[in-house]
Design a protein. Structure first.
Length: 97
């Protein structure tokens, strides 16, 4: 399983718009054939910090996600909301199998 932890910090005035754009991306992403999880997490002590937990059955499925219309729309929609560049941290999913 291919997992990516996407670390995001948005501008304070963009939190609600970021959540709305990310909700649409989440809803479409979980319908992708190779998707296993797509969690959106917000830091309790800092509402501007998020982690997107993206799990795909394979690296090819994860790469295919980045070619979907919903991902490209999300990427473009949130670009101006970032307080700093988002950072993807790839991980190998071991458990559950």
């Amino acid at each position: 399983m291919q997992v990516t932890l996407v670390h995001v910090r948005v501008q304070p005035e963009s939190v609600d718009a970021f959540i709305a754009a990310t909700r649409a991306n989440h809803e479409a992403s979980v319908a992708e054939p190779g998707n296993r999880r797509f969690d959106v997490l917000q830091a309790p002590a800092d509402a501007t910090r998020f982690i997107l937990y993206e799990a795909y059955a394979s690296a090819a499925d994860a790469a295919a996600h980045k070619q979907t219309a919903h991902y490209l729309a999300w990427r473009d929609a949130v670009a101006g909301m970032m307080a700093e560049p988002r950072r993807g941290e790839p991980m190998n999913g071991l458990l559950p199998v």
